[in-house]
Write a protein of this length. Sequence first.
Length: 482
Amino acid sequence: MGPPQSGRQGARYAKAGAARPVTAMLTKTLLLLGALGLPLLGWGQKIATRDALTDLTFLDRAVREAHPANYAPEAYRVDLGPVLARVQALTADSLSAVEFRLLLAEALYRVGCVHTGIRKNPLAPKAAPRYFPLQLLTLNGRLYVGADSVHQLAGAEVQTLNGVPAATLVATLHQYWASDGGGPARGEAAFNRLSASVISLYFGYPATYALTTNKQSVRVPAAPQLPPPLAPPPLAGVVLRARDNSLRLQEGAAVLRVRSFARADAAFFDQALRYVREQQVPALVIDLRGNGGGNRAAAVALARHLVDTAFSYAFVQPRQLHPFRYANATGKLYLGLAALRYTVGDAWRGRRSPLGRTYTYRYRPHAQPYRGRLFVLTDGFTASSSTMLTAWLRRHSRATFVGTAAGGGYNGNNGGTFPVLTLPRSRVEITFPAYRLVLDAASAQRTGLVPDVVPPRSINDVLQQRDVDLDAVLALLRTPAR
């Protein structure tokens, strides 16, 4: 069920029996706000329905025949059939840019890959639209108002917005961003950071919003700018810092916050772990919340300090997939460069396997790995190389995982190189990974790692920015290790 539609746009969805439009997923290389593309929707532009069907049919073929989500089709098959059926059922001759953008995004959501998304949209308007002026938060299946100094509604539970029940909004909006292998992990986390953006898009950027809560009902005018996000509380006890990563001491534990992985971070991790060993800190917390990935070598460098046994990963060129035939000129260049890297530079790592040409990378633990109690914090943003780290630590260490489910896949993800394809009619460009990265070949779990401990949290915890995940770790440290 989508938002209330009016005029011809609502009639189209009603006639087609549309379930609900789903917007864009996030991609690896774009900031969350940019990936949502707020100026991606042209107000007056249209696309012929037949052209929209041509584009989505092309995308469906590309997903089935070239996307590494289908690297093992006997176990997992992605296709866009339901989206195509909805377009085929439309009776109107054309779609607005908004409608087409939502259909495209639903298709991308179905792929279930954090690294697949819109790179360029020629239908983008010149000017940015107006926005919903409040932050909303989802928690335990309910919808709440976040910070609000104007109407004093912070913490109020939303009942309806523009006539749409809160339960419908929650069920729908969690699907605005894809997690590896499907599931709501990344969508929940992204919504709570970008709710004003996605709500504006969902309702088509109206001038006002009718908001009903358990406290009161108000009409809220749209604003020219997005509401500012909650400012994170300052970190205390920091002893080392590099870029946005840091090491701090708290209640007898060392907390290594890793917001992203860059090549230079390997030296920082060496320094941080050396400090922890020299200070004989009995517990170490690796905070991967908000970490969407980055440099794999840096993730490997950190893992070597933490694992007990050797670990590995592999890149697979799925033999039944053919990304070159769908890539545009830029995409073909990326594929060519990747081929040089793997078939020439890393040729000695390659072996034939039932899935295709496989390149395996093996690593040993550090000469002095950390031996204290180890905890890892995750959330829906934990993806890509950060979930590589979670998979290695799950298999090769005694770490306890705390937080919420990761958005990146446990047994692997799609990456290696990121060619681009161009839809033939709209000329929308889509980033399309070419390889399957395998972390645990014996596991069938494509969704993200589910922590051992998922602490309960209330809306007051969120509004007051209590770190319930770290609090849970500190509570565990007060109990003797088994």
